[in-house]
Design a protein around this ligand. Structure first.
Ligand code: ATP
Ligand code: MG
Length: 567
């Protein structure tokens, strides 16, 4: 989506959140000389998921709407877990969502020098010290929210000794884990984060951008707020778990700043979805353990997975708009996300015919050599999408489940002696069938058609109780179709005490149908093309698809369970 358009569209909307209201108030008060500057700060240690989209839409959305800027900043403070692959995927996904950071692509590692200098400055001012104790002891001494911490025996080292040790830590003279640099704040603070937090640790792994220049790396908590400050961020929007870190971030900025300016951190609730895992660490486990085909497996809540599944950026932005931003942790119903994509695809996806489980129908009174093209409109929601011609002939496929030899009284589809309409074509009547004698499986269904009932012509309104989709045998194109169910069969797979989330993996989350038939207009469909298979749902062409071997992913069914719930 074009940025200008988004801007135009966004501009007319009323404030959507308490955060937006704060921004409006800050602008009115002339804070930061009317500047709005946000950032999206992913750690490149995995692919982005739909939770990140919530942060992205806010960070970039607010900047767009209020004439500000939004930086992309990779929080690459931990060389052990970070990879270039993730950086590239993150950029691709943000662009796909419709946002642009222009030339403002930054890295926490851009500021390693400044951060190091700041740490040295803190040491010189007696506000930081090197602790030689192992991590376990330091953490033990931190106490608990109800028990004050204990001061480290190294807490009152001289400035000279601290400086010397810190510089030698960075030269690589000491082993990883043997020493850390801590801020000297308050071991009795009711806020655990203020109890002399670790701000630098030794890591001897090379960094993807700075190589082996550094042997000490800042902790996320020491880097994040300062990076915001260095970049002139006005509104530092983040999720609720950082609320308790805010006093620490403020403490650092108080030591650093030279004037009134400081980034204002505002926290909002994370996105959690039912039946979904939303943690990069766990998503990485699913990928590494081969429980899904990759980060972009269409069952994954990653943006690349949703894209492959057939979600559009518009549908994701719409969903994010619907759920909004609050101060309370909650879990959103995944059917609302499905509702959003269904709503969006309803307007843009052409309707086509596909038969997932084909059974052959032979129309015995239709001339054998004849094929006629019937005209079908592509989308009743949008006339401008036009129409197409679909071949109809003596032999067609219909859905196996649309026929019953011996139906119950409420079955209105095809059965012996009964009539149905073939959508866009004729009314047919079933007169017989042929079964495989050994399996009892129906092989062919025999029907006759009534030439006077062609859709759109004079007798077209004759009443029948069902209209079926179909594909002409001669022109049918073979397709493989992948049906998905939820990856987890528990509403809150990660939240069950003493149970591993993997116990709730749904063993039936993927079903492959290899013998499907689709209408010939789909022959040259390209990956990510989206369609409504009539009566079946929304489907999207997979990357594995070729012209000789079409592969579709089911995006979502037609039945809107959300609309039902919300009624
Ligand atoms: P995860 O917990 O899934 O590993 P993270 O928070 O470690 O994610 P980051 O790369 O640090 O991932 O996140 C970048 C930004 O995205 C942060 O500002 C974070 O607050 C936000 N974010 C991450 N997960 C969510 C979520 N579920 N809902 C809303 N925002 C999120
Ligand atoms: Mg994080």
């Amino acid at each position: 989506m074009n940025e200008e358009k988004l801007n135009e569209k966004e501009a007319g909307k009323p404030p959507v959140s308490f955060i937006e209201q704060i921004i409006i108030d800050d602008l009115k008060a002339g804070k930061n000389n009317g500047r709005i500057h946000t950032r999206f700060p992913p750690e490149p240690n995995g692919y982005l998921h739909i939770g990140h989209a919530k942060a992205i839409c806010l960070d970039f959305g607010m900047a767009l709407k209020y004439g500000g800027k939004c930086n992309l900043r990779f929080d690459d403070t931990n060389p052990v877990k970070e990879e270039i692959e993730y950086i590239d995927s993150i950029k691709e996904d943000i662009r796909w969502l419709g946002f642009d950071w222009e030339d403002r692509e930054y890295y926490a590692s851009d500021y390693f020098g400044k951060l190091f200098d700041f740490a040295v400055d803190l040491i010189k001012r007696g506000l930081a010290y090197v602790d030689d104790q192992p991590a376990g002891v330091i953490s033990e001494q931190k106490g608990s929210p109800t028990r004050p911490g204990i001061e480290s025996p190294y807490r009152n080292r001289s400035v000279e000794e601290n400086l010397d040790l810190f510089i030698r830590m960075n030269k690589g003279e000491f082993e990883e884990g043997s020493r850390v640099l801590r801020a000297k704040i308050d071991m009795t603070s009711p806020n655990m984060h203020m109890r002399d937090p670790i701000i630098y640790r030794i890591i001897k792994e090379p960094h993807h951008r700075t190589g082996d220049k550094w042997k000490v790396y800042p902790m996320y908590d020491f880097a994040h707020g300062q990076c915001d400050y260095f970049e002139g961020i006005t509104h530092s929007l983040c999720t609720l778990e950082f609320e308790v870190h805010r006093p620490l971030y403020d403490w650092f900025i108080d030591q650093l700043r030279t004037d009134e300016y400081r980034p204002r951190q505002i926290e909002f609730n994370r996105l959690n979805l039912t039946y979904t895992i939303m943690s990069k660490r766990r998503l990485l486990e699913l990928v590494r353990e081969g429980r899904v085909s990759g980060w972009d497996d269409p069952r994954m809540p990653t943006l690349c997975g949703l894209r492959r599944r057939g979600y559009t950026p518009e549908s994701i932005r719409k969903f994010i708009d619907l759920i909004g931003y609050t101060k309370y942790e909650a879990i959103n119903d995944v059917t609302l996300l499905e509702h959003a994509v269904r709503d969006d695809l309803n307007l843009r996806a052409p309707r086509v015919f596909a038969v997932l489980n084909p059974v052959k129908v032979i129309i015995t009174n239709y001339p054998e050599s004849q094929t006629e093209n019937v005209e079908l409109i592509n989308n009743p929601e949008d006339e401008s999408m036009g129409s197409r011609k679909v071949p109809f002939s003596r032999e067609i496929y219909i859905e196996e489940e649309d026929f019953m030899e011996d139906p119950p009284s409420k079955f209105f589809r095809l059965s012996p002696g009964k009539e149905v309409r073939l959508k866009g074509a004729y009314i047919i009547k079933c007169n017989g069938l042929k079964k495989d004698p050994s399996t009892g499986r129906i092989e062919e269904i025999y029907c006759t058609y009534d030439p006077a009932t062609k859709s759109g012509e004079h007798q077209a309104d004759r009443k029948v109780k069902a209209t079926l989709h179909w594909v002409s045998v001669k022109e049918a194109v073979d397709a493989e179709i992948r049906l998905y169910d939820r990856l987890f069969n528990h509403e809150d797979p990660a939240g069950q005490k003493d149970r591993d989330y993997r116990e709730f993996l749904n063993p039936d989350s993927l079903k492959l149908l290899r013998n499907c038939k689709v209408e010939p207009s789909l022959k040259s469909a390209k990956p990510l093309d989206k369609f409504q298979f009539q009566r079946l749902g929304y489907f999207c062409v997979d990357y594995d698809s070729t012209e000789g071997h079409l592969v579709f992913n089911k995006t979502v069914g037609l039945k809107d369970t959300w609309a039902k719930i919300s009624k």
